[in-house]
Design a protein around this ligand. Structure first.
Ligand SMILES: [Zn+2]
Length: 334
C-alpha cells in the first residue's frame, strides 16, 4: 500500500475505506506495451470517479527497459448489462441443468419471444395458404417457431454443457422473455485456461452445425413446397444464421472469445489478443456494411437489413479488453 492509500484507509470510516479500495481496484491502467494493473496496485486511488482519462504513470516492464513514463490509459468497467439480474429484486430458481441454476426474476421471463414469433409465422402461413383451416396455421406456425427459437435454446444449452464438461460451469441460465441468457460471474477468471475458454465458446456453434446437418437431411426427405419442407427450411436458415453470426469477432458473440483465446493459446498476452480482436471486429463490421450495401443494390431488403444490423452491432460493440475488468454478471449472449 502506498503512503497516500494508508493515510486514507486510516482516516476514513471502514465501509468507506473498503469501498474506496474496491473501486480503485476496478480501474485498470493499460500501458501501450500491453501490461495491465489496477490503479490500486499502482499505489493510486480513484473513488466515485467517472470518465476515461489518460494518466501518465510509470509502467514497471517499460521502466526496466529504461524508458521513462509510459502513457497509460484509465479504463471504465463495462456498463452493467441490461440482461443481468437486478440485484435489488428476488431471483427465483426453477431448476438446474447440469448443475447450472435456471433462474427468473419478476415477470421478465414471460415468453414474449415465442408469442411474437408464433404470430409472425401464423400470418405468413395464412398469406401463403388462404384455404387452410385456422388450426393448420396454428400448427405450422408453432412448428416453425419451435425450430427457430429451439435453435437458440439448444445453442445456449450446448454452451452450458461444454462449460460443465471443462469444469468451468456457467453461473446461471436466466430466462428473459422466453429466451435463455448465460450469466457468468467472472467470464475471464484467471483460473480458466485458453483451452477451457475455447471449448466453452465452441459448444454453441458446434451444436448449430449439427442441427444444420439434421435439417439438411430433412430438407432432402420432405417433398418440395410441403409444410414439412417449410419447417426444415426454417430450421436450416436459423441454424445457419446463428452459427454464422456467432463467428463475428466481438465479445458478445462467440467469435470474439474464440479468436481471443486461440491467440492467447499461441502465446499472445490477453491484452494483445484483445487488441487484435478489436481490429478484426472493425474489419468484419466494415465488410458487413459493404455486403449490406450490395444486398440493398440488389433490392434484397430483409437480407440487407439483417446484415446492416449485424454490421452496426459489430462496429459499436465494446472492445474485448473490457472483459479483463473484474465485474459481476457480465453478459455473454451467445
Ligand atoms: Zn454462443
Amino acid at each position: 500500500m502506498s503512503s497516500i492509500q494508508k493515510f486514507f484507509m486510516r482516516i476514513l470510516p471502514r465501509a468507506w475505506a473498503e469501498d474506496m479500495q474496491a473501486q480503485s481496484q476496478r480501474w485498470i491502467l493499460r500501458c501501450t506495451c500491453g501490461h495491465e494493473r489496477s490503479i490500486w496496485e499502482a499505489g493510486g486511488i480513484r473513488w466515485k470517479a467517472r470518465g476515461n482519462p489518460r494518466r501518465w504513470i510509470t509502467c514497471p516492464p517499460v521502466r526496466q527497459k529504461n524508458l521513462a513514463l509510459a502513457p497509460l490509459q484509465g479504463m471504465t468497467p463495462p456498463p452493467a448489462s441490461p440482461f443481468a439480474f437486478n440485484p435489488d429484486q428476488p431471483i427465483h430458481t426453477l431448476g438446474h441443468f447440469l448443475g447450472t441454476p435456471l433462474a427468473v426474476q419478476g415477470w421478465s421471463w414471460l415468453p414474449l419471444s415465442e408469442i411474437i414469433t408464433w404470430a409472425f409465422f401464423i400470418l405468413r402461413s395464412a398469406q401463403k395458404r388462404p384455404r387452410w383451416h385456422w388450426h393448420q396455421h396454428l400448427l405450422l406456425g408453432g412448428a416453425r417457431m419451435a425450430v427457430s427459437l429451439g435453435a437458440e435454446w439448444c445453442h445456449n444449452l450446448a454452451h452450458v454443457t461444454a462449460a460443465h464438461l471443462v469444469g468451468k460451469p456457467v453461473d446461471a441460465l436466466r430466462i428473459l422473455f422466453g429466451m435463455p441468457v448465460l450469466l457468468y460471474d467472472e467470464p475471464e477468471h484467471p483460473s480458466i485456461t485458453p483451452r477451457q475458454h475455447l471449448i466453452r465458446s465452441l459448444g454453441g456453434p458446434a451444436c448449430n452445425a449439427v442441427l444444420l446437418l439434421v435439417s439438411k437431411v430433412f430438407q432432402h426427405l420432405t417433398p418440395p413446397a410441403s409444410p414439412a419442407r417449410e419447417v426444415a427450411d426454417t430450421a436450416a436458415g436459423m441454424n445457419t444464421f446463428i452459427a454464422a453470426a456467432g463467428l463475428i469477432p466481438i465479445s458478445a458473440f462467440d467469435g470474439g472469445p474464440i479468436l481471443k483465446w486461440s491467440l492467447v493459446g499461441r502465446g499472445h498476452s490477453p491484452a494483445q489478443a484483445g487488441q487484435i480482436v478489436a481490429r478484426a471486429s472493425q474489419l468484419v463490421g466494415a465488410g458487413l456494411l459493404g455486403s449490406a450495401a450490395v444486398a440493398l443494390h440488389k433490392r434484397r431488403w430483409p437480407l440487407a437489413g439483417i446484415i446492416a444490423f449485424l454490421g452496426m452491432i459489430t462496429l459499436t460493440a465494446p472492445k474485448m479488453e473490457h472483459d479483463a475488468c473484474r465485474r459481476k454478471q457480465v453478459f455473454a449472449r451467445t
